[in-house]
Design a protein. Structure first.
Length: 255
C-alpha cells in the first residue's frame, strides 16, 4: 500500500491485492484494468514514486508504472523483429542500406534498437519500409523511431524519422548528408527485481531471482533507462543477497 501524490497535487491510495493493482475512489477500490491477473496473489508487490509516476515491481514481471491515468511498462524493450524495405520512386538514396527501429514512450524513454533489417540497395531511389512494430497498449509506446546507416558506414545507424505506433509503413527519402543522430546502443530496462530505492537521482533495484547478489541502477534522472554496465555485485565473501543491502552502507563491487 502506498499514498501516491502527483505534482498536480492529486493523491491516490494504491494497493496490490488478489493479483492486481487498485486505487481508492471514495469508499471503494477501483482496479487498474491492465493490471488484472498480471501479478500473483500472495507475492509481495513493491511501490516507489519517481518523476511524477508510481513504479511497481514484484521480481517476477518487468516493472510497470502508473501516472494516475496510464498503466504501462517502465521503459521500453528493444523490438524483436526486423522491418523490411523495398525500392520505390526515384529519390535521394544511393547505396546499400540497413534499418533498425526503437520504441519511444510518452516520457521519451527510448529502447535499444532491435533486429537489423536485410540489406536493400538503392540507386537514386526512395525506400518504402514495411512491417513496423505495432506495440500493445501495455508497452506504453507512442512512436517507432527509424534509423539507418549511410552508404559509407554500414554499421552505424542514424535517425531518419518518427512514426506513430500503429502505422506499419513509411517512405524514406532522407539524404545521407542529412543524417546526424546515432541510435542508442545501451538503453535497457529495469530487470525483474523485488526491491527499489532512490539515491542521488538514480533508482536502485535488487532482488532479481536469477541474480540475487546483484544491485542494478538506472541512468541519472531517468528511472526508465537502465545501462547494461550498471550491475554491482556483493563481495564474494558475503552470502546474503543484495536486496538486504538497500539502504545500508554495505560495499559492492562492479563486475
Amino acid at each position: 500500500m502506498i499514498s501516491f501524490r502527483r505534482n498536480s497535487g492529486t493523491s491516490y491510495l494504491v494497493v496490490a491485492c488478489n493479483g492486481a493493482i487498485h486505487y481508492a475512489s471514495g469508499t471503494t477500490f477501483v482496479s487498474l484494468p491492465s493490471s488484472t491477473n498480471l501479478y500473483t496473489a500472495g507475492v509481495n508487490v513493491n511501490f516507489m514514486t519517481s518523476k511524477n509516476m508510481l513504479i511497481i515491481c514484484n521480481g517476477y514481471q518487468y516493472a510497470y508504472k502508473w501516472d494516475g491515468t496510464y498503466f504501462a511498462r517502465l521503459g521500453v524493450s528493444a523490438p524483436v523483429s526486423a522491418i523490411c524495405a523495398v525500392t520505390t520512386d526515384s529519390g535521394n538514396l544511393n547505396g546499400t542500406y540497413y534499418y533498425v527501429v526503437t520504441g519511444v514512450n510518452s516520457n521519451l524513454a527510448e529502447s535499444d534498437y532491435g533486429v537489423v533489417s536485410s540489406a536493400i540497395t538503392a540507386v537514386s531511389n526512395q525506400l518504402t519500409l514495411h512491417d513496423l512494430p505495432v506495440w500493445p497498449a501495455s508497452a506504453g509506446v507512442n512512436y517507432n523511431y527509424i534509423y539507418r546507416n549511410t552508404a559509407l558506414a554500414s554499421d552505424i545507424y542514424y535517425y531518419v524519422t518518427a512514426v506513430t505506433n500503429g502505422v506499419t509503413s513509411v517512405t524514406d527519402n532522407v539524404a545521407d548528408s542529412d543524417l546526424v543522430t546515432e541510435a542508442p546502443t545501451d538503453n535497457g530496462v529495469m530487470p525483474k527485481c523485488q526491491y527499489m530505492t532512490q539515491y542521488q537521482n538514480r533508482v536502485f533495484a535488487a532482488g532479481d531471482p536469477s541474480s540475487p547478489m546483484k544491485l542494478y541502477f538506472s541512468n541519472a534522472s531517468d528511472p526508465e533507462t537502465w545501462p547494461s554496465a550498471a550491475p554491482l555485485t556483493r563481495q564474494p565473501h558475503r552470502v546474503y543477497p543484495a536486496a538486504a543491502c538497500l539502504g545500508s552502507n554495505h560495499k559492492f563491487e562492479k563486475r
